[in-house]
Design a binder for this molecule. Structure first.
Ligand code: PLP
Length: 450
């Protein structure tokens, strides 16, 4: 049988169950089998090309089949593909840990590995709870999270998230958390600055901390951008206030930079923009340039020390995943970090971010676009039914899906979240490609909002 999109789709649909998908959609919506990736482009079995404007679910930092990362992984395959990380070690994991300690905010000098983002969140939650247990505060068992936040899909990480589409169904299975209003600046009153709104919204967090600090292990946040929560954004002042309040109330701060780390927010790490250091920093997605699954959880020496004791004390952190610290993933991560170092990526991204802004400047004149917002290398466009009242299109109408289909027909992979279309491109995108992306997106939104 010849391999084309149709034949591959038939084989796929006979045996696979895809993530985050109502499989019945594929009765009408084609599934796109990808044969090859090269730079920003993906190629299917019929020879069509798609610009990957969402970095393949936010993981791909420097394009597909990147020569530097591919070579590093190939070289590592010939040396050591994997070894158990309990009782054993290897150079790539040592080197990567040294480099992560060096480039992350001050004080984060211990690195623990998990093999995906959700598992990394579980690590941070368990470590925080366990730290308080080991230091004589067993009554600390709860977590504070923000409305509209997302931290992953496993039951623990789902519990500290707040995207109802993913969470509500499983409510009977998950832990109760304290959910506080988000500093989300889309919701700010007309004419108010991001900074003032984010500062005002902190009153809710202060109140929750004052009331619950005694029973709370940690506050968990996505610094600056709630990505899965439709790319809602807020001002760094919120993180500064949060750091100060967590210290004052004796509560940990967990920064989930799984999506926004590695330059996505405009700085290497979003926490830098608030000049803070969290107690736990979770990194994944772009960590390996989009090559292999891996999550790094960084924390402080004093937290590590609270677990350091004789075995029989049973204070150790006895958590593991089979692929912890996988050497191939470490090699991909080291190559990714080398590109950041050698290519002046953060500086160059400023030009690309400005270009994304310029290319979409006229979007906000559209009668169904309520807001175009941007933080660094993420630009989001909020489609609404009524621009004056910000009344959204009913979710059942799936307007974003129409944009997705239009963009696909025009050679671009976009994957709107609800009524929000966003650009989250690999950092190798060119100004010309940004223009094309903006042109197709505008036409797609115009069509989808009729
Ligand atoms: C993607 C994501 C996660 C979960 O990571 P997975 O590797 O998909 O489990 C957690 N937090 C944030 C902010 C994310 O964007």
């Amino acid at each position: 049988m010849s391999k084309n999109n149709h034949s591959m789709m038939q084989r796929d649909l006979a045996v696979l169950w895809h993530p985050c998908t109502q499989m019945k959609d594929h009765e009408t919506l084609p599934l796109i089998p990808i044969k090859k990736g090269d730079g920003i482009y993906l190629y299917d079995y019929d020879g069509n090309r798609y610009m990957d404007a969402i970095s393949s679910w936010w993981v791909n930092a420097f394009g597909h089949n990147n020569p530097v990362i591919s070579k590093a992984v190939k070289d590592q395959v010939d040396q050591l593909e994997h070894v158990i990380l309990a009782g054993f070690s290897h150079e790539p994991v040592i080197e990567l840990s040294e480099q992560l300690v060096a480039i992350t905010p001050p004080g984060l000098n211990r690195v623990f590995y998990a093999d995906n983002g959700s598992s990394g969140i579980e690590v941070a939650l368990k470590m925080s709870f366990h730290y308080w247990l080991n230091t004589g505060k067993p009554q600390k068992t709860r977590f504070i999270t923000l409305k509209n936040s997302y931290h992953g899909e496993t039951l623990g990480s789902l519990a500290v998230g707040d995207v109802s589409l993913f969470k509500d169904t499983y409510a009977p299975l998950i832990q109760d958390v304290i959910t506080v209003a988000s500093p989300d600046c889309y919701l700010r009153p007309d004419g108010m600055s991001w900074e003032e709104h984010s500062r005002n919204m902190f009153a809710h967090m202060e109140e929750a901390l004052a009331r619950h600090a005694g029973e709370v292990c940690a506050v968990i946040v996505e610094p600056l951008i709630q990505c899965a929560g439709n790319m809602r954004m807020y001002h760094p002042v919120y993180l500064r206030l949060l750091r100060e309040a967590c210290d004052r109330h004796g509560v940990h701060l967990i920064a989930d930079e799984i999506a926004v780390g590695f330059g996505r927010s405009g700085t290497m790490f979003a926490c830098e923009q608030a000049n803070i250091s969290p107690d736990f920093l979770c990194l994944s997605k772009a960590l390996t340039g989009g090559y292999l699954p891996m999550c790094a959880v960084l924390t402080h020496e004093h937290i590590y020390q609270a677990f350091y004791d004789d075995y029989a004390s049973l204070r150790g952190f006895l958590h593991s995943h089979s692929y912890t610290g996988n050497p191939l993933a470490c090699a991909a991560a080291l190559a990714t970090l080398s590109i950041f170092k050698n290519d002046n990526v953060i500086e160059k991204n400023k030009v690309l971010a400005q270009k994304m802004s310029n290319a979409t400047r006229h979007f906000s004149d559209h009668p169904h676009i309520a807001e175009v917002r941007q933080t660094g290398m993420i630009l989001a466009i909020e489609m609404v039914k009524n621009k004056q009242t910000k009344e959204p299109f009913p979710w059942q109408e799936r307007r974003g899906q129409l944009v997705f289909e239009y963009a696909l027909r025009n050679g671009i992979l976009l994957r709107p979240a609800g009524n929000v279309v966003y650009f989250l491109p690999p950092y190798i995108i060119t100004p010309e490609q940004i223009d094309e992306l903006a042109r197709v997106t505008y036409a797609g939104i115009d069509l989808a909002t009729r």
